[in-house]
Design a protein around this ligand. Structure first.
Ligand code: NSS
Length: 436
């Protein structure tokens, strides 16, 4: 009995003319005269397996004829190079064993299904080629990000998910019954990270964050994955440099692996577009952004946060990610450090992806002075008692520091050229969806 082979190994040419044993799901099937073409998927790839009537037992040929889509199988056969086969190789089947015969009528058919149907059947839809590609790219993205962070001296640090004080404002907090108290689901790891830099230095996390987003948009999830970084002895310029180097490293990694290039291209994303994201990224100030908007006839009042429409308009001016810096203090959360030269703006930066995608990271320099922090907490109508431990950090070895948070799905949405954030994650959590 030959040892089990993965389809990706077969497609790489490793088993040419050898007998193999593969295990997988029946992705598709067609028959023509005395031949069945079984398209099999095993999680590493998809391959065509041809079964000729005169090459197998007649019972096996009959069983294959009746096989339902998504049945699980074990197949034996010889690998042959064949330019006509998708992927360049096919398996000439000599034997077949059905492990689980799927029910008739797999709900996902080769026809148009609306988004609600696909979300209701998400547990099955993630088997589609499109979702496979996105989920693989997402995994490669996170692997490359970790690689860069680990190689550059960042330590992974974990913070609690159940918290008591908001990082990004009370409006989007999910509350949870915590015995006889109320707790919240974290919006960001940041406040705890500011404590941990005094223990570990440069740190990062990749973890879920939660926002009770009440608006239905193409770029908001209620649960998203957050890649966050916090760095002591770092200022606004320093943190922007880290962001652009990290992002470019990840892009280079994605664009050098042949299988990932194939996935990107199949999603309509050309690697050469991504590779334009070479540092340094352009930097414009919030003031310049407002000037551009007003000049182009988009009415926008100084002091507000940039919304979807404004960001979209700005992104059309760039062909690579760019920073918008120095947002007004009233547009940003309490922890942002006001610019000492111009206290009405903060030392903040959002990174916007081109082609209409908009904000993918938010961050900047943090307040390191106790009195300034107290002033901003009050200005934001927050209760200083809720932030006592956080204020304490300014009393015991405060340091200039900065950090950022990157929305993993927002970034994958841009990288994979998706039109809706729901497809950047396997089981999206949206305003009206927590099932399946
Ligand atoms: O609110 S942020 O702009 N900033 C923070 O949470 C900081 N506390 C992070 C930090 O400095 N450590 O969110 C950061 C990013 C933002 O740019 C988006 O890319 C993403 O997190 N984000 C979201 N993605 C999907 N859905 C929702 N609702 C969402 N909210 C933020």
């Amino acid at each position: 009995m030959p040892k089990p082979a993965y389809i990706s190994e077969i497609l790489s040419g490793r088993y040419s003319n050898e007998e193999v044993f593969i295990r997988g799901w029946l992705h598709n099937k067609r028959s023509s005269g005395g031949i069945h073409f079984l398209i099999v998927r095993d999680g590493t790839g998809v391959i065509q397996c041809t079964m000729k009537k005169d090459k197998v037992d007649s019972s096996v040929f009959e069983e294959a004829k009746k096989l339902t889509l998504e049945s699980t199988l074990e197949l034996m056969g010889v690998v042959r190079e064949d330019k006509r086969a998708p992927g360049g190789y096919e398996v000439h089947v000599s034997d077949l064993r059905v492990i689980n015969r799927a029910k008739d009528g797999f709900p996902i058919a080769k026809k148009y299904h609306g988004p609600d149907f696909l979300l209701d059947n998400r547990h099955l839809w993630i088997r589609s080629q499109k979702m496979q590609r996105i989920l693989r790219i997402r995994a490669e993205f996170l692997k490359a990000a970790r690689e860069w962070l680990d190689e550059n001296g960042f330590t992974e640090f974990h913070a609690p998910t159940l918290i008591t004080a908001a990082c990004e404002g009370g409006a989007t907090l999910f509350s949870v019954r915590y015995f006889d108290k109320t707790a919240y689901l974290t919006q960001s790891w940041q406040l705890y990270a500011e404590a941990a830099i005094a223990s570990l230095g440069k740190i990062y996390t990749i973890a879920p964050s939660f926002r009770a987003e009440k608006s239905k948009t193409r770029r908001h999830l209620t649960e998203f994955w957050h890649l966050e970084v916090e760095v002591p002895w770092c200022d606004l310029e320093g943190i922007m440099k880290i962001e652009e180097e990290l992002l470019f490293h990840v892009i280079r990694r994605l664009c050098e692996k042949p299988s990932t290039i194939r996935d990107l291209e199949a999603l309509g994303r050309s690697p050469s577009d991504l590779l334009k994201a070479e540092p340094p990224f352009p930097r414009i100030t919030y003031d310049e952004a407002v000037e551009i908007l007003n000049r182009d006839g988009i009415k926008f009042e100084w002091g507000n946060d940039l919304g979807w429409i404004e960001e979209k308009h700005l992104t059309l001016k760039f062909d690579k990610p760019f920073f918008v810096t120095h947002y007004p203090r009233r547009a940003k959360a309490f922890y942002h450090k006001p610019d000492p030269n111009r206290p009405e703006v903060t030392l903040s930066a959002d990174l916007l992806a081109p082609e209409g995608y908009g904000e993918i990271t938010g961050g900047g320099q943090r307040i390191d002075d106790e009195n300034e922090l107290l002033e901003r907490i009050k200005e934001n109508n927050l209760n200083p008692n809720d932030y006592e431990w956080y204020i304490d950090l300014r009393r015991w070895g405060s340091v200039p520091h900065a950090g950022f948070g990157l929305g993993v799905e927002r970034t994958i949405m841009w990288i994979c050229k998706l039109s809706h954030i729901r497809d950047a994650i396997a089981f999206p959590r949206l305003l009206n969806r927590v099932y399946p």
